[in-house]
Design a protein. Structure first.
Length: 109
């Protein structure tokens, strides 16, 4: 299982601007039960898709400005980026199978 790096808003913008792979951002909060349920599955996916995607997370409880900057209105929000541009997002609880399908659809950079 891979570790998902926790970022603040500044670090997230840097990663989005510099990362050659696609970036999956998990906007979450410790009080959010669906967020806590999804996190171990995302960590497993991060290990499986390491060559294609970088997985990072933003704790919206400790980084509310980052959540606001990225227009996060529901938790969890899973956003997919490539080349600094947002490709797609799931807002609210999403099935793991839907996330996997989206990763497959968006494919390699």
């Amino acid at each position: 299982m891979s570790q998902i790096q926790e970022l603040d808003g500044t670090a997230l913008r840097e990663v989005l601007g510099q990362e050659a792979r696609g970036v999956v951002v998990d906007f979450w909060s410790p009080w959010c039960a669906p967020c806590r349920t999804l996190r171990p599955h995302l960590a497993r996916l991060a290990g499986e898709r390491e060559g294609e995607w970088r997985f990072v997370a933003v704790n919206t409880a400790s980084q509310p400005a980052a959540a606001e900057d990225f227009g996060v209105k529901a938790l969890p929000t899973i956003a997919f980026f490539r080349g600094g541009q947002e490709l797609f997002r799931f807002a609210g609880a999403a099935a793991l199978s839907a996330i996997v399908e989206k990763l497959d659809e968006l494919g390699r950079p």
